[in-house]
Design a protein around this ligand. Structure first.
Ligand SMILES: Cc1ncc(COP(=O)(O)O)c(C=O)c1O
Length: 371
């Protein structure tokens, strides 16, 4: 096979998806509690998203960023409204890491030469800026030297370390990849105050925890803390590559032509997929569903004697045995789940449309897999 072996892939080839189900090339059905790592939030191949992409593909697929298109403008308006941080503006890209890069650049530009503070336990992506903000030895060391001016601290120590040299603090309100660590709301509030004191930007990376997954549209909303910018990706366009860096007026004011750019970012197909995804989330009340089914899962997982971390349908179950082993046992039962940096954590990221009946199937599979 000609693929570089950059992933430990499962020995399965998927052909089709619908809602929370996937089918492999032998026709076997799987229950998807992973969602392509937090991506297929409205379920696989939601008919409204499929129709929107088909329609847009027949009308206009690409024109580039030297021109306006209606899907791009509409989606930008929707996202600034949902962000709740003022008029500001949106920069579209194609992946989470690029959205983080744009946020880093805008934060740095607003306070030139300033330092970047990140949280220990963070994951922000694999490109050099995002990697420099990802304080994990195994991911960083082979690729040194990294971008200068980054340092990582325990989340609780960030506020007191923010000073006049700080350009920005970049933080996931709920850390996903490393094990669904919920940052304390007092800690986030203190960071917000510290950033305000010295004129540093506070950037929330909501690439994994955002777009309804935490039981509110943004995790920021859940915390009641408004950052200066939010990065979104994954669940934004149902699997179509799409990311957004949504910023407030202050950061938007500093943006000049040529600061950021992307050939494909904000393309009509991606934006049509994004608009349709947001519409489904709203019409089917999927944020509320994430909160309700998430609470159901939490309650029953606690009853199984497991520790539960996270909010909504971004959950980490702390298991009494290696999560990778349980994940394999669930896979044998055709249930897809995720692991995380913490080897005891089983990561659950089902579609936001997940039903309680589907959650019961997972709980049943878990009960048997833990036995
Ligand atoms: C919080 C967070 N930020 C950034 C990224 C990087 O996103 P992408 O893989 O789309 O570049 C991820 C991906 O897992 C993530 O979870």
């Amino acid at each position: 096979m000609s693929l570089l072996q950059t992933y430990a892939r499962y020995d399965v080839r998927f052909e089709r998806g619908e809602g929370a189900r996937l089918w492999d090339d032998a026709g076997n059905e799987y229950l998807d509690f992973l969602c392509g790592i937090s991506v297929s939030s409205v379920g696989h191949c939601h008919p409204a998203v499929v129709a929107a992409v088909r329609e847009q593909a027949g009308r206009l697929m690409h024109v580039g960023n030297l021109f306006y298109t209606e899907p791009m403008e509409r989606l930008a308006d929707r996202l600034t409204g949902l962000f709740g941080g003022g008029e500001g503006g949106v920069f579209f890209t194609n992946s989470g890491a690029e959205a983080v890069e744009a946020a880093l650049k805008l934060g740095r530009k607003a306070k030139q030469g300033g330092d970047v503070i990140t949280a220990q336990g963070a994951f922000h992506g694999r490109t050099y800026g995002a990697l420099s903000a990802t304080p994990q030895e195994s991911k960083q060391a082979p690729f040194a030297p990294l971008v200068p001016g980054f340092r990582s601290l325990e989340p609780a120590a960030i506020a007191e370390s923010v000073d006049s040299r700080t350009a920005l603090v970049l933080i996931e309100p709920i850390q996903g990849e490393t094990g669904i660590h919920v940052i304390d709301d007092e800690v986030l509030r203190a960071i917000r105050e510290a950033c305000d004191r010295v004129g540093a930007a506070l950037i929330f990376d909501e690439i994994q925890c955002g777009v309804g997954r935490s039981g509110t549209f943004t995790a920021a909303e859940f915390y009641g803390v408004t950052p200066d910018a939010i990065t979104m990706a994954k669940g934004l366009a149902s699997g179509f590559p799409m990311a957004a860096t949504v910023v407030n007026d202050v950061l938007a004011e500093g943006v000049a032509s040529g600061d950021l750019g992307s050939t494909f970012g904000g393309g009509p197909l991606a934006c049509a997929a994004g608009l349709a995804t947001l519409e489904v989330i709203e019409q089917e009340r999927l944020v509320e569903n994430a909160a309700t089914v998430g609470a159901f899962l939490r309650y029953h997982a606690l009853n199984l004697g497991l520790g539960v971390q996270g909010h909504g349908l971004l959950l980490g179950l702390r298991l009494p045995m290696p999560a990778a082993e349980v994940q394999q046992r669930l896979f044998a039962r055709r249930i897809l789940t995720g692991t995380a940096g913490d080897p005891a954590i089983l990561r659950l990221l089902p579609p936001l449309s997940f039903s309680q009946e589907e959650a019961q199937l997972l709980l049943e599979g878990l009960r048997k897999s833990l036995a």
